[in-house]
Structures are given as structure tokens and as C-alpha cells.
Design a protein around this ligand. Structure first.
Ligand SMILES: Nc1ncnc2c1ncn2[C@@H]1O[C@H](COP(=O)(O)OP(=O)(O)OP(=O)(O)O)[C@@H](O)[C@H]1O
Length: 231
């Protein structure tokens, strides 16, 4: 994927950009930066759920086909007000998978993320961590090539975060490319292969995670990593 001079503007104000970005290969790209830096907006621009005010995004295949192989997980899980099983079956049925096959996959994924005992439970009554695991399983069940995650663990405790990270590591190892925003430096260190550091809507630093964490180039990134307040 190549993003060329992409921008998001609102009411004459530039929220994000211009940003040039190339994403390829495998692994996890972690998007970091202070509140309002533009992390959510950048993920949405790349996924096509926010409109580009300028610039363009080129995929290796057609944009339509690329979107078909993508999924997005939000900070607050979005789900159907139906059972866990129905939530898992739904995206597969939308893609034309038979009922029997969809059910089999749903049970397998519920098992993988530890939700098998809850298959018959209504999704809205699940705990926050269970809901996020369901949202993740529902995103991964269609085997996306690219998975966007916007602060997926922001509202979760340590145990749920660990479980979500284990699912993400496993998705990564089976070839799903991850792009994830987080405020949690520890999570970024655990998951990132590459880092995008945003500040004021601009890409302040971009590169391999070990370089970013050990030798950040800019004073702003150094301050951010020290835990100072950066605006
Ligand atoms: N639809 C919108 N209309 C106007 N301004 C917006 C809109 N969406 C976002 N913004 C502004 O764009 C900037 C970037 O917001 P964004 O949510 O992308 O940042 P973020 O880095 O994800 O922040 P946070 O860490 O607080 O979630 C902010 O100043 C925000 O107020």
C-alpha cells in the first residue's frame, strides 16, 4: 500500500497530513502519538471510512478488492444485539459461506479466543474484555490480509489485554498484517515491528520499532518515550 500526500481537512482546518506512507510485508505497525495527534483519523483514511481531502492511496490490487480483505476493530466493540454465535456467523454469511460451514468456523474461533462457553449468550451482556475478544474473532474469522485496530485495549484490564495481544500475535504469525494505534507504550513495545509517530497530524517519525524505541530521532519522540507531556 502506498499513501501519497494524504490529508484530512475539516472546516478549512487540516486535521491530518500531508502524509506519505508505504506499508508492505508482514508484521505489525503501531501508530503512536498524543491525544488528538490524528491516529484514529489516519487509520480511517487508510481503511476508507474517512474521506481523503487530498492525496491518494494505491493498493497492490484494486481498492475494492483491497477493502474486501481488510477489517477494523474499534476501541469500543461494535456488535449485533444477538448471540456470540450469531455475531461470529454473520460476516461469513455476508460473504456467501454456507450455514453449516459458518457455524463450524464460528465454533472454532470461539474456542480459539476462549468464548466457546458463551456461544449462546447475548453479546451485549458480555464483559468489556469478552466483547473485545468477540470483535476481534469476528474480524479475524474472514482471514483479513490487513487488520486495523484503534486502541483495542484502551478500556481493558491487564488480563484481557494479555489475551487480546496473544490473539494478535497469533494473527500476525498466520499472515495478517496489523496496523494498531495505542497509548500504551508497553503494548507498542510488545507488538510493534514498525512505528508511526504522529504529532499534530503530521508523521513525525516512521521506522523499525527497535530504532524508534532505542534511538528516536526527534526531541518530541524522545520526550514522548520518556513519558513527558508532548503536544
Ligand atoms: N469529524 C471531525 N471533524 C472535525 N474534527 C475532527 C473530526 N475527527 C477528528 N477531528 C479532530 O482531528 C484531530 C485528530 O483526531 P483523532 O481522533 O484522529 O486523534 P487521535 O490521535 O486518535 O486522538 P486520541 O488519542 O485522543 O483518540 C483532533 O484535533 C480532533 O479533534
Amino acid at each position: 500500500m502506498q499513501a501519497k500526500a494524504i490529508e484530512s481537512r475539516s472546516g478549512g482546518q487540516r486535521l491530518v497530513g500531508p502524509i506519505d506512507l508505504t506499508l508492505d510485508g508482514q508484521g505489525a505497525t503501531v501508530v503512536m502519538g498524543p491525544n488528538g495527534a490524528g491516529k484514529t483519523t489516519l487509520l480511517q483514511l487508510l481503511h476508507g471510512t474517512a474521506r481523503l481531502s487530498a492525496g491518494e492511496i494505491e493498493w497492490a490490487c484494486s481498492t475494492e478488492k483491497a477493502r474486501h480483505h481488510q477489517a477494523f476493530v474499534f476501541q469500543r466493540p461494535v456488535m449485533l444485539r444477538r448471540t456470540v454465535l450469531e455475531n461470529l456467523i454473520y460476516p461469513l454469511r455476508l460473504r456467501g459461506v454456507s450455514k453449516a460451514e459458518a457455524r463450524k468456523d464460528a465454533e472454532e474461533w470461539a474456542n480459539r479466543v476462549g468464548l466457546e462457553p458463551l456461544l449462546g449468550r447475548a453479546a451485549p451482556v458480555l464483559s468489556g474484555g469478552e466483547q473485545q475478544k468477540l470483535a476481534l474473532a469476528r474480524a479475524l474469522i474472514c482471514k483479513p490480509k490487513l487488520l486495523f485496530l484503534d486502541e483495542p485495549c484502551a478500556a481493558l484490564d491487564g488480563r484481557a489485554t494479555r489475551e487480546i495481544e496473544a490473539i494478535l500475535q497469533s494473527a500476525k504469525s498466520t499472515g495478517t498484517r496489523l496496523i494498531l494505534s495505542t497509548h500504551d507504550l508497553g503494548q507498542a513495545r510488545r507488538l510493534a515491528d514498525d512505528v508511526l509517530f504522529l504529532l499534530g497530524g503530521r508523521l513525525q517519525e516512521a521506522g523499525p520499532a527497535n530504532v524508534f524505541f532505542n534511538l528516536p530521532e526527534t526531541a518530541e519522540a524522545q520526550a514522548f518515550l520518556r513519558g513527558d507531556i508532548v503536544e
